[in-house]
Design a protein around this ligand. Structure first.
Ligand code: GLN
Length: 425
């Protein structure tokens, strides 16, 4: 069978292609030369399957879509506390290039508008790095995220620098405020190079799928961003990624996203997929007209919306299996599967607390088909095992994927050996 998904994406592209509203960005002279008819969409699942339709291999400069990724690098390199000290996380409701700082704290409102993005750029590597080191770090990280070597488009860089008065104004304001300590012009040059990196929609789908995959690049399997940092970045994308259209976006599309002035839009749905659309004409907020349309359509057709209820807890366990041996000793086996978070663990706890342990010889908990377990789920399961063992039942946890890690031994206060009865502690 040929997968129907590429056909579906083509249908979406065709349906949106007739909209010729909006206009090319022209404050960066080179962007006004883009072909306005381009339209492409790419999806990447978190295990690296890419589906694409339309102009997905055409290069364009990444522009503001660089912001969430550089924010991630800033946090990794300088630490979240330091970054939060300098950049807030509040939606501003302002345009992306607003010359404004948060009342009271004097910080840029968030890292998705230029003021916050310029401040993020200054925190890459560390506060003391040089212009070249910062750009090098950004290029290397972006190349790893996209899975191919990327380059700065020097023509677009020069073109933007020739009219970068607003961003220079913002950087001088940040310097006066003590948010950045480096030379404002150097920072704006580095930031503008960061925005001038050439990418395709296919690259961006993989970059956003890395965010959806807790920071692991889906195809190389390499961890590029720490999961905690990804959570921070996606949260800010959700509330601030589409500038002053954020509220509309959250309700209609419901996917953490970022747009750029060259016509790209990315979205990352945690645990599911990354997507990217490219089409250069922009609406009044500076978001790609067809990019927004394609995302609205995808979200409506596919239920890809953060607030869509997924109920992972319901499939966590099958009915307990009971075996009685020749001596009449009862063994209950509980097989768990899928992704186990707090509510999944609650289901297991509930089932175990309803077990009649009176004549129960042993309990086997099989984790073979569980692929992720949150920290709290591990603690809950270990505590349940400990309590059942205290009732005089021999408890065995089959954990071939070592999901319990070391936490179990600490929490139990007794050695836990995989596939051995849990000692009553
Ligand atoms: N919205 C955007 O994509 C803006 C990025 C652009 N480089 C700027 O700083 O103005």
């Amino acid at each position: 069978m040929r997968s129907p998904l590429p056909d579906y994406l083509l249908e979406v592209v065709d349906a949106c292609a007739s909209d010729r509203s909006g206009a090319l960005a022209d404050y960066i002279p080179d962007l006004a030369r883009a072909d306005p008819e381009r339209l492409g969409v790419a999806l990447s699942t978190i295990d690296g399957e890419v589906y694409a339709a339309g102009d997905v291999d055409v290069e364009f400069t990444i522009q503001s879509i660089s912001k969430p990724f550089v924010y991630a690098l800033a946090i990794q390199d300088s630490g979240l506390d330091e970054v939060l000290r300098r950049i807030s996380v509040e939606p501003s409701g302002n345009a992306f290039n607003e010359l404004s700082l948060e009342a009271g704290t004097g910080r840029p409102y968030n890292p998705m508008i230029n003021a916050g993005a310029i401040a993020s750029h200054a925190l890459v590597v560390d506060g003391l790095s040089s212009e070249d080191e910062r750009v090098e770090r950004v290029l290397e990280a972006f190349s790893e995220l996209a899975g191919r070597e990327l380059h700065v488009n020097e023509a677009v860089f020069e073109s933007e620098m020739s009219t970068a008065h607003r961003n220079l104004g913002i950087a001088h304001m940040l310097r006066a405020q003590g948010i950045i300590e480096d030379d404002p012009e150097e920072i704006v040059r580095g930031y503008t190079r960061q925005c001038s990196i050439d990418v395709t929609a296919r690259d961006l789908a993989l970059m956003s799928a890395t965010l959806a995959n807790s920071g692991r690049q889906p195809q190389s399997g390499r961890r590029i961003i720490d999961p905690r940092v990804v959570r921070q970045v996606l949260s800010v994308m959700l509330s601030c990624g589409m500038y002053d259209a954020a509220g509309d976006w959250i309700t209609t599309v419901g996917i953490p996203a970022k747009s750029g002035v060259s016509g790209g839009v990315i979205g990352a749905l945690p645990g599911q997929l990354g997507l990217a659309v490219f089409s250069p004409r922009l609406d009044e907020h500076g978001n790609s007209v067809r990019g927004v349309q394609v995302c609205e359509r995808l979200s409506a057709d596919t239920g890809l919306h953060l607030m869509e209820s997924v109920q992972p807890a319901r499939s966590i366990m099958s009915a307990p299996e009971v075996d009685i041996d020749g001596d009449g000793a009862r063994t209950v086996t509980v097989r768990l599967r899928g992704s186990m978070l707090f509510t999944g663990a609650e289901r297991v706890l509930r089932a175990l607390s309803q077990l009649d342990t009176g004549d129960l010889g042993s309990l086997v908990v099989d984790l073979e088909d569980v692929f992720t377990m949150s920290d709290v789920a591990v603690r809950m399961l270990v505590e349940a095992g400990r309590r059942v063992a205290l009732d005089g039942v021999s408890v065995t946890v089959h954990d071939p994927g070592e999901l319990l890690g070391d936490v179990s031994a600490d929490a139990l206060g007794a050695a836990v050996v995989v596939d051995e009865p849990l000692a009553a502690g």
